[in-house]
Design a protein around this ligand. Structure first.
Ligand SMILES: Nc1ncnc2c1ncn2[C@@H]1O[C@H](COP(=O)(O)OP(=O)(O)OP(=O)(O)O)[C@@H](O)[C@H]1O
Length: 278
């Protein structure tokens, strides 16, 4: 585990606003396996919150419970005070966007087209408008293209708008995923291992990008194995171990917690989560 006590611009300065995401008692069972057990987590407006934990700790399962991909066995997830519908497209329409651990782009579409796809939850034009291609449709399409181009500029991919997604280097594909997620104009962005496979330079650039996203007024919840990235960036970090939240706090608190270090090293510790039988 790489730890770094240097801190980015986010911690100390950020004052969390009203709660955007409120997950309470989220439990997810797959048959006899409890992948996530009774996890509470909030994200405030203007916050960057990190979710870390060893492999198999339940991080992605928890994300899937937040985004409607899974319906939690128990618990409740509220976004801006409203319980989320259990359907991914409705969750996106409500204001939560995500990226995936394994990149999910449309490989044979252009970079710009991939971002345009991300706008579909914000396009109000109905079926007949699209078929008849009237002035309203053309206006909406122009606006979508303009917004998609702005987002490509924001992530640094404007020059590659007409390239096929599959021809982008890996780090740029991750950026494109972020641009596509932003195209749905979210209030909360969930990033699942955004720096996986990146070199240190690309990772630093992603750090800057996440800070800029926060500065746009979008709250961020991020899963990442790169501890330096997490502790530099996040206002608050929650640690999952064997499906349960072990600790939550600012970077310094979490980095200094012996149970966190033990969990990463696979050492047993007193009152470790997941000890009791299901
Ligand atoms: N669809 C599923 N069916 C059955 N078991 C699952 C399913 N999805 C995840 N699991 C199990 O749930 C546990 C948590 O997995 P999950 O992928 O959420 O962990 P993670 O913390 O994201 O791990 P990693 O850091 O390796 O991505 C694991 O034991 C995994 O095998």
């Amino acid at each position: 585990m790489t730890t770094d006590t240097t801190r980015g611009t986010a911690p100390d300065t950020a004052v969390p606003g009203p709660t955007v995401l409120d997950a309470r008692g989220v439990t997810m069972r797959f048959g006899g396996l409890t992948a996530v057990r009774g996890v509470d987590l909030t994200v405030g407006a203007g916050e960057i919150v990190g979710l870390i934990g060893p492999n198999g700790a339940g991080k992605t399962t928890f994300f899937n419970c937040l985004t409607g991909l899974y319906v939690p066995t128990e618990g409740e997830v509220r976004y801006q005070g409203t319980v989320l519908p259990p359907k991914p497209f409705k969750v996106t329409a409500a204001g939560i966007a995500r990226t995936f651990q394994n990149i999910r782009l449309f490989a044979n579409m252009t970079v710009l087209e991939n971002v345009l796809v991300g706008r579909h939850t914000r396009t109000k034009e109905g079926f007949w408008s699209a078929v008849l291609r009237g002035p309203r449709f053309h206006r909406a399409e122009r606006f979508s293209r303009q917004r998609a181009t702005e987002l490509l500029e924001f992530v640094g991919l404007a020059a590659k708008a007409e390239h096929l997604a599959r021809n982008l280097p890996y780090g740029e594909q991750r950026k494109l995923e972020i641009a596509r997620a932003l195209a749905s104009e979210p209030g909360l962005l969930l990033l699942d291992e955004p720096t996986a496979g990146m070199n240190p330079q690309e990772t630093r650039a992603t750090e800057e990008l996440v800070l800029a996203i926060r500065d746009m007024g979008i709250a961020v919840l991020v899963i990442e194995h790169d501890m330096r990235f997490i502790f530099n960036l996040c206002d608050r970090v929650a640690v999952l171990v064997q499906g349960e939240k072990l600790i939550e706090g600012d970077s310094a608190t979490v980095q200094g917690d012996e149970r966190v270090i033990a969990a990463y090293l696979g050492e047993p510790f007193e009152n470790a989560p997941g000890k009791e039988d299901d």
